[in-house]
Design a protein around this ligand. Structure first.
Ligand SMILES: Nc1ncnc2c1ncn2[C@@H]1O[C@H](COP(=O)(O)OP(=O)(O)OP(=O)(O)O)[C@@H](O)[C@H]1O
Ligand SMILES: [Mg+2]
Length: 409
């Protein structure tokens, strides 16, 4: 039996500590630039976008650590902050599905109030959270109630920003994670646009918003309101490169004094297609499968089977069901049969025997259902790369049910 060890991998938690955060130099540089601009009274609202599980919350947490003055990550990546340090007051809000602008505004202001009180003791200023909630109760998504919420929100922020400045802070950064969860019809995109414009008109220059959300859903918000990308600077997160995946695994394995064959890194990279979440999952599982503190290709095979057949089996099965039947399953089967992770449409067309225009609506739905993601023009991959392995092992559900697939929404 191996000695008990602390699992260095965190498949279900975003990365908080800077030394476990891998890669992303360009994106962190962009985040730091937004903080630098804000410290110089040029607020740059910023949104981190990418696929599910690509590492958005992790980047947002790193942004908060940097904004609060912990510059370890900047140092490690060799990125100059442009200033000796940052000392912003930060507040964090996780968005919920039924979130309206007033719920969002009052939620983040309550967090801000707590942050200010932790720093300076009981506040003498009124952020007027109650006022926003009252407007929220009669909220009818009409323009007038939305602008009332924006007025109250920005007035509260202006008072908080003055207080922060008086106490020697450089300003305020408000973080909104999971912005993709809000309904497109909620008015939230317009709320951000109006708030950003109002703050700018009122010369409140030391407050910025940082948000994160899944690319497709943020694009839906954009389609509804045509304003998200005008309000926010977009920082898209690409999939990880081999070296970045290697860094995650190497540090994890080293921390528990396990040696490994390079082949293991390569195999995990290929299976995970650049997504960090399954890398953590496999890293964690391969340490469990191993018995001699040396990780080999055999240990990888055991870990892969455990993950696909046991740990993730229910999740992958339910993804496959969610995809739809008939043509949908044929498409997924064709994608799984391709050699690499990034599948060109030409391969799908050849394999399923339909012309592209006969299944383009199905591709659109698979994207919407979060089963596949678009890599490039005419190139797609699975959102959960393990689905490929699941299909290879268990097959798809039912490819015969044509009528059902045609009438699916
Ligand atoms: N830069 C990174 N270095 C190492 N591990 C990372 C990195 N980014 C993300 N991870 C790991 O990947 C997984 C997913 O990260 P995270 O929760 O940040 O993604 P997300 O995009 O916010 O996901 P979701 O779409 O579910 O909200 C976690 O296990 C996290 O530990
Ligand atoms: Mg997240």
């Amino acid at each position: 039996m191996k000695e008990r060890y602390i699992d260095p991998f965190t498949p279900d938690l975003p990365i908080d500590s800077s030394d476990r955060f891998s890669g992303r130099i360009k994106e962190i540089d962009s985040v730091i630039d937004s903080l630098f601009q804000l410290a110089n009274d040029k607020p740059k609202h910023t949104i981190i976008t990418g696929d599910r599980g690509i590492g958005k919350s992790s980047v947002l947490i790193q942004a908060r650590n940097l904004a609060e003055g912990n510059l370890d990550l900047a140092e490690r990546l060799g990125i100059s902050p442009g200033l000796d340090n940052y000392n912003f007051v930060c507040a964090w809000h996780d968005c919920a599905t039924d979130q309206t602008p007033s719920a969002l505004a009052s939620g983040i202001l309550s967090q801000l109030q707590t942050s200010l009180e932790n720093l300076f003791g009981k506040l003498k200023i009124e952020l007027n959270i109650g006022g926003i909630l009252t407007v929220g109760q009669k909220e009818d998504s009409s323009v007038s109630s939305l602008s009332e919420v924006v007025e109250l929100f920005c007035a509260g922020l202006a008072r908080a920003a003055n207080q922060a400045k008086d106490k020697g802070k450089s300003g305020i950064v408000l973080f909104f994670d999971e912005l993709d969860r809000v309904e497109t019809s909620s008015g939230v995109a317009t709320f951000f646009k109006l708030s950003a414009e109002k703050l700018s008109r009122d010369q409140v220059k030391s407050v910025a918003f940082f948000a994160a959300g899944i690319t497709g859903a943020i694009q839906n918000l954009e389609e509804e309101h045509g304003s998200i990308y005008r309000t926010f600077k977009d920082v898209p997160l690409p999939r990880l490169e081999l070296l970045e995946v290697e860094q995650i695994l190497k540090e994890g394995f080293n921390s528990v004094a396990c040696t490994y064959e390079n082949e293991v890194i390569q195999k995990i990279f290929e299976l995970c297609a650049g997504y960090p979440e399954p890398v953590h999952l496999l890293g964690s599982q391969i340490l469990k499968s191993d018995s001699d503190d040396h990780l080999s290709a055999d240990d990888f095979e055991v870990a892969k089977v455990d993950v696909v057949e046991t740990l993730r089996r229910n999740k992958l099965a339910s993804m496959l069901r969610k995809a739809g039947s008939g043509k949908y399953q044929k498409i997924l089967e064709a994608m799984a049969s391709y050699g690499g992770a990034n599948v060109p449409l030409t391969h799908i067309t050849q394999t399923i025997g339909y012309e592209q225009n006969q299944y383009s609506a199905n591709m659109g739905n698979l994207l919407k259902r979060d089963i596949i993601s678009s890599v490039d023009r005419g190139v797609y991959c699975f959102v959960d790369p393990l689905l490929k392995e699941y299909i290879a092992r268990f097959g798809v559900i039912n490819t015969e049910d044509e009528n059902n697939s045609e009438t699916e929404l």
